[in-house]
Design a protein around this ligand. Structure first.
Ligand code: PLP
Length: 433
């Protein structure tokens, strides 16, 4: 079936608000390594890894075999009322990797549910419905997670089950503190946090939730050390701290396994999803045991932590640790950022190149200034696609190109992508001038 025919059927039965990429959206018909093939047989290098869902590459035998072995047992009831060995083993691995003492893990099917769960835990634990979040954040698409999403383009509802106040986070490029040094920026943000707590809340805030690097927000991150200063203020007020690692976990940022570790902070809880299942639906919360166990009513997730997803996730985690993909993400991320920074000065549409490991953002601006240029981002998305490279788009103004390939990327593929990006940026630069 052609992509055009599928698109017509998609439009007829799926909601208008479901975001699609490209003027003529494609289907991914098959995939292998870091490459995907569309409905007409055209192959692309995938530099968005699904949506950072493919952590270690496509068509990995070890993962397919683990899933197949689970299917071969015939146990497809997906009820978590029974003991599930792969669920327990995965929880043990994640608790051990979390750095949170005596951590406990609860599995969900998505990042949204993970964040809904952690909000329920924190508000119950503190008996407060007040939450702090960062401006330009994205935490999911259910009722409470939409409410703590500080990005109008993704805030699907204006109603809220929690009271939320927003503080200044990682998006320094367009902040009132833009020209400050790292140390001064961190101090200004800590002051902002204190003022928000003192002036916009009743003081009894349950938790602060933050992405160490904002994903949908355009891969912007505060200077290292920011969250240490923030945590000091939170501790003073007895406010819990949750790191949303849905995009930043599993070594993707290179130097550290979790995004928050760049700041030398141990959070009270972390939420995760996306890359863990290498495409299978799985998410969860890892938390301090007293926080995790603060609920007294029964609760479970019918599908969260099911045998198939946890078997696949366990194989994914082992694959990425065995192949040291974190080190690969660090090395090739540095090469990509260097390459992009080298070509940026020749192109006035490139306002900022930023990121860590294989989470790299290119913020596009109108030539001659810093005004956001969503039109350049759309043009660049199409230009790279026509040259065989799929990238992501994001940012508060839809003007950031996001690069996040599977962490098994090779050096040759990194050079290939840089070549395509250089050509595409030059073409778009000429087009929008
Ligand atoms: N948190 C972050 C940081 C995300 O980027 C996302 C999704 O993009 C979510 C939560 C929600 O995850 P999901 O789409 O799996 O519900």
């Amino acid at each position: 079936m052609s992509d055009a025919e599928l698109l017509a059927r998609h439009r007829a039965v799926l909601p208008n608000w479901m975001a699609l990429y490209y003027e003529e959206p494609i289907q991914i018909a098959s995939a292998s390594g870091r490459r995907v093939t569309d409905g007409s047989g055209r192959s692309y290098l995938d530099f968005f890894a699904g949506i950072l869902t493919n952590a270690v590459g496509y068509d990995i035998a070890e993962i397919s075999d683990a899933v197949r072995a689970q299917l071969d047992t015939g146990v497809l009831h997906s009820s978590t009322l029974y003991l599930i060995r792969s669920q327990i083993e995965l929880a043990e691995r994640i608790a051990g990797l979390s750095g949170i003492p005596d951590a406990k893990v609860f599995f969900t099917n998505s990042g949204t549910e993970a964040n809904e769960t952690v909000l329920m835990l924190a508000t119950q634990y503190r008996r407060s419905d007040q939450v702090l979040a960062l401006r330009n954040s994205y935490h999911g698409r259910a009722f409470a997670t939409v409410a703590i999403t500080g990005n109008r383009g993704w805030s699907a509802s204006s109603l809220s089950p929690v009271k939320v106040s927003y503080v200044q986070g990682g998006y320094q490029y367009r902040s009132p503190f833009r020209d400050l040094s790292d140390a001064d920026y961190i101090a200004a943000c800590a002051r902002d946090l204190r003022e928000v707590i003192e002036t916009t809340t009743a003081g009894d805030v349950a938790c602060m939730i933050a992405e160490p690097i904002q994903g949908v927000g355009g891969f912007s991150s505060p200077p290292d050390g920011y969250f240490a200063a923030i945590k000091e203020v939170l501790d003073e007020y007895g406010i819990l701290f949750v790191s949303d690692e849905v995009q930043t976990g599993w070594g993707r940022i290179g130097e550290h396994f979790w995004g928050i570790q760049a700041h030398g902070v141990t959070p009270d809880a972390m939420t995760f999803a996306k890359g863990l299942g290498n495409g299978l639906a799985i998410g969860g919360v890892v938390a301090r045991p007293d926080l995790m166990d603060c609920l007294t009513a029964n609760s479970l997730s019918t599908f969260g932590g099911n045998p198939v997803s946890t078997a696949g996730a366990l194989a994914t985690l082992e694959y990425l640790l065995d192949h040291d993909l974190q080190a690969n993400a660090a090395k090739l991320g540095e090469r990509l950022i260097d390459g992009l920074r080298t070509l940026a000065p020749a192109h006035p549409i490139v306002g900022d190149v930023r990121g860590k490991g294989l989470m790299i953002g290119v913020e596009l601006v109108e030539p001659g200034g810093t005004e956001p240029s969503p039109r350049a981002a759309v043009a660049l998305l199409e230009a790279t696609r026509s040259r065989g490279l799929l990238v992501g788009k994001g940012g508060l103004y839809g003007n950031v190109i996001r690069l996040a390939p599977p962490m098994s990327l090779t050096e040759d593929e990194a050079e290939e992508a840089l070549g395509i990006l250089a050509e595409s940026i030059a073409a778009v630069d000429a087009e929008v001038r």
